[in-house]
Design a protein around this ligand. Sequence first.
Ligand SMILES: [Fe+2]
Length: 250
Amino acid sequence: MEKSINLNNFKSNGFCYLNLFDKKEVDKISSSSKKIIKYFENKTGLADLNLEVADINHNYEEIDNDSKSILVDRRKSYYDNGMIDIFNPQKINSEISKDFIFFRNKIKNECIESLQKLYNKKFTLSATNIYRHQNTTRPRSAHYDNEEDYFKLFLYLSDVEQDDGAFFFYKSSHRQKAKKFLMNKINKYILKKPVLEDRNFIFSDKYKINLKGKVGTTVLTNVSGLHGCNPFKKNTDFERIVIVQRIEPV
Ligand SMILES: [Fe+2]
């Protein structure tokens, strides 16, 4: 049976904190996330576990649609340096896959219907990702992923209690379509910025909300609004793990 969650102000603010997973559930998802990270680090038996490390020729769509769980190592990249990104951990050939399937099913059963009612539109789950950030000095700056409503739900598997290294969201920016359009066109055609380097000159920092929280915090965001991640300045060796579910229009 579908349950409904409280999405008060989500449509206008573009983000909201949810009460979705209890401590026991978070512990299981966290321990399995750490295990899959370890498997990738050890690099042995990856094929048997149905895991693969992406090479530079892989594109996002191929990675997402692959039958394996794939790691994209961005640690040496210019943007999102220090970050690893594991796509679709639920595809691992191990009993820990059940914890990731549980994560997806809970979101499917408890969020999708509420979102559909709110937007009067069909949505579905797409990729699940585990992000681990460490020493990230150049995270993605403020940007938006899509023109239309598209969601990412974050479950924190590490404490993010200071602005340092926190994800951020510009409140209500998803509704300011003219501003988004202008920001995009000026970055692309006048500033000639690469896609990953959008400059925010148009949305006021007054509306920038740093999405802090302890382990177990769940935040739903509309990534058609302006969002990004603050660099890790103070505690540079801090390891921050988060599991992310994309929810897209059908
Ligand atoms: Fe994004």
